[in-house]
Design a protein around this ligand. Sequence first.
Ligand code: FAD
Ligand code: ZN
Length: 229
Amino acid sequence: SGKKVLIVYAHQEPKSFNGSLLKIAVEELTKQGCSVTVSDLYAMQFEPRATRNDIVGRLHNSEAFNYGVETWEAYKRGGLSKDLVEEQKKVQEADLLIFQFPLFWFNMPAILKGWMDRVLVQGFAYDLSKAYDGGLLQDKLSLFSFTTGGGREMYSKEGIGGDIRYVLWPMQHGIMHFCGVKVLEPHICYAPENVSEEKRKEMLTAWSQRLKTLWKEEPIDCSLEWYFK
Ligand code: FAD
Ligand code: ZN
């Protein structure tokens, strides 16, 4: 389709179920004629910490360090560290961002959270009064694809974990929507470790099937109601 896809992938082991989901996405999207880029965060040894090192050269205020202000200023003068500039370029070029990861503590793994913290800098992803529908990363789609340890029944409104949509609120609404990125339905594979080999194969097939018609999907209505109604 000529579309550009960035997959930000956070698993240490290529033979993992997440690794298999990644492989399927790369294969299927490439087959469709998309150009696919993968940021394999552990393989890249991606730095998750938001520190002074992210700014090249002089600080805006060297008396008291403020990460948000310093990265915003550095972005404006082209003074962000090389690894951030590279990731921002990949984001800028992408029509679709896919995040592939195992759920860690009702959240994304720290290395992926670090990617969010460091890459989505003010001035690049959002700005003063340019947030949510006005965010700077317009005309892009995102999709959170993740696996869990807990089963589907655990993540229902009445289940011990609560509705899985509760964990998606910070990721989809607080990050992607904030930056102006539209959100596709998440893709969740529940408890791949605890199901049969046959069920695992089914889950992998379902992912590749979904990707076949992905570009026809409408984004979700990413508002409070979607998550908590
Ligand atoms: P894997 O163990 O890699 O895969 C499962 C099985 O699938 C393996 O047997 C593998 O060999 C097999 N497999 C791989 N590829 C294929 C293939 N192509 N065909 C067939 N089989 C295949 N879970 C929660 O629900 N909530 C939490 O809050 C949570 N917090 C966590 C915090 C931490 C720090 C950690 C380490 C785990 C946490 N978990 C939590 C569990 C975690 O989400 C799961 O362990 C993870 O999602 C499983 O995905 P995986 O890719 O690592 O599975
Ligand atoms: Zn939203």
